[in-house]
Design a protein around this ligand. Sequence first.
Ligand code: HEM
Ligand code: HEM
Length: 196
Amino acid sequence: MSLKNTRDRWGGVSQAFHWLIVLMILGLAIVGLTMGELPRTPKYFWVYTAHKSMGISVLVLMLARLGWRLYAGAPVPVAGTPRWQAAVASATHWALYALALAMPLSGWLYDSASGLRPFRYFGLFDMPKLSGPNEWLAERARDAHELLFWVLVLLVAVHAGAAFYHHLFRRDETLARMLPARKVRPAPHPETDHVA
Ligand code: HEM
Ligand code: HEM
């Protein structure tokens, strides 16, 4: 498998970004939804800092991933995919980019506007603030952080559902070409093959 994306499949770099970020967002979601219930011991602050630091790591990785995607492009749609489905899939992918960037940005803005002390990124250095203390902005940013999360959940459900539908019912290469190792059938060539 090549590192760069080819016409037929996602390369190693896009796959690594994809699955690493899926795992990180899953961890952030579990911790984010439960950390408010923790007893107010010193560990409480540690868990919040871990959530914030991991979230900033997703922001950095998503920016690198966006750069890579613009440089390395994407495979052509799997053979037999109707044009409208390819357009919906592409729009979904760009919306996922926007959400996975907006989530950490809204969290960072909430942290900044709350007027707390700067949080130390994994205890290493102080993160800069995006704004001064501002209660109104803090509330809006916190609401956005929560709302964006549920929009992300909805979109990921559609996105992952589509991947499993392709794999289990259409039995095509959509999921396989985002996974390492397995050989995939070559994508159709526009000049020699007919695509529905
Ligand atoms: C992809 C990145 C992120 C994801 C998926 C995520 C997810 C979540 C979720 C699901 C919640 C619970 C929402 C609720 O029900 O109120 C939450 C809360 C929170 N997040 Fe994030 N988060 C991310 C990044 C960040 C970042 C970068 C920061 C700060 C620098 C941050 C700060 C917070 C804070 C302070 C809360 C508690 C909000 C409250 O008090 O209600 N998050 N996050
Ligand atoms: C279990 C959950 C998931 C499954 C099974 C899954 C599956 C897939 C598959 C099979 C593709 C390739 C589609 C194609 O070739 O047309 C893909 C692409 C993509 N997925 Fe997911 N995905 C999941 C979760 C997520 C999440 C949480 C995000 C949010 C960031 C995401 C963002 C993307 C993006 C942006 C692409 C386009 C490829 C790229 O630019 O890197 N996926 N996904």
